[in-house]
Design a binder for this molecule. Structure first.
Ligand SMILES: [Zn+2]
Length: 291
């Protein structure tokens, strides 16, 4: 297991599930002066001390979700008109905020963001096309026409460090900044276990057969709503056959090269993943293991 806490993990909220289903209790908590997370669309607003900014529920327009209780106090957030169509972490304002927020606030923001984005994108029923309405304080949407229930989704993604004779396999996507390499990753497909998804992705992208896959850690990733499942595995061989439609390059790196990448990225063989990414924590975990 990794010892460091990945970004977007470690929220302090009591999700207060019984309150979500209790309309009377929820109405009681939803007072005009209750705390409302302030956002521009889905971008967090920060105060001058770099904390999340809060307004009052009375200022909210449209649908509002109940995030949970923080130290006994209810927190709410309003659904924006639109979800975020871009890979939003690439937006400078979002990215700047992510870099300065404290871990517990980052986790609170990430969870709220995924939930709000899901509501903004699920105003119509996937079964009959009828309009849906929020239920259970924002942790469900129901179709007014056919009654189908929808729940906020989380998409599992495997991300893996594959090892062969004390070297680790890292790849780069064409849209990565120059010289950046990271762990290979891919969505779990229907009908697959986590272990099978890891083996398939590595074989598809790098032509490497993988065995002995084990779980390391997980990270909620709110762009829009993935659960990154970090794994480790061993390769049977080091010959690579790279699928260039997926990866621009993949290479094996030694322990010394990974250490050097963290210590001196400008001169190392590659630039490691940034601290917000679980791959950063995975590589540090790998360095700390017994070789
Ligand atoms: Zn419907």
């Amino acid at each position: 297991m990794i010892r460091t806490l990945p970004a977007f993990a470690g929220h302090r909220l009591d999700r207060a599930d019984p309150i979500r289903a209790d309309a009377a209790r929820l109405a009681e908590l939803a007072r005009a002066d209750a705390r409302l997370l302030l956002l521009e669309g889905l971008i967090p607003r920060l105060d001058h001390e770099q904390h999340l900014q809060w307004g009052r529920l009375g200022e909210a327009e449209g649908e509002v979700v109940f995030l949970g209780l923080l130290d006994g106090e209810p927190l709410f957030a309003a659904v924006p008109d639109k979800g975020d169509p871009d890979p939003a972490y690439t937006r400078r304002e979002t990215f700047t905020a992510l870099r300065v927020l404290q871990p517990d606030e980052l986790a609170l923001y990430g969870g709220a963001r995924s939930l709000l984005d899901w509501h903004a994108r699920h105003r119509f029923c996937p079964q009959c096309g009828g309009p849906t309405a929020m239920a259970k304080g924002g942790w469900e949407r129901d179709c007014g026409q056919c009654g189908a229930q929808q729940f906020p989704r989380t998409d599992p993604v495997t991300i893996m460090l594959i090892e062969h004779e004390k070297r680790v396999l890292l790849g780069r996507n064409a849209r990565f900044p120059g010289r950046s390499y990271s762990a290979l990753a891919g969505f779990v497909e229907p009908g697959e276990t986590i272990e099978e998804a890891v083996a398939r992705e590595v074989f598809e992208e790098a032509g490497v057969r993988v065995r002995d896959v084990s779980y390391i850690a997980s990270q909620p990733w709110p762009f829009p709503s993935q659960l990154m499942i970090a794994c480790h595995g061993h390769a049977d061989h080091d010959a690579l056959t790279i699928d260039t439609t997926e990866l621009e390059d993949a290479q094996w790196f030694t322990r010394n090269e990974v250490e050097e990448a963290f210590a001196n990225p400008d001169e190392a063989r590659f630039v490691p993943p940034f601290p917000l990414a679980v791959a950063h924590h995975m590589l540090r975990w790998w360095l700390e293991r017994e070789p």
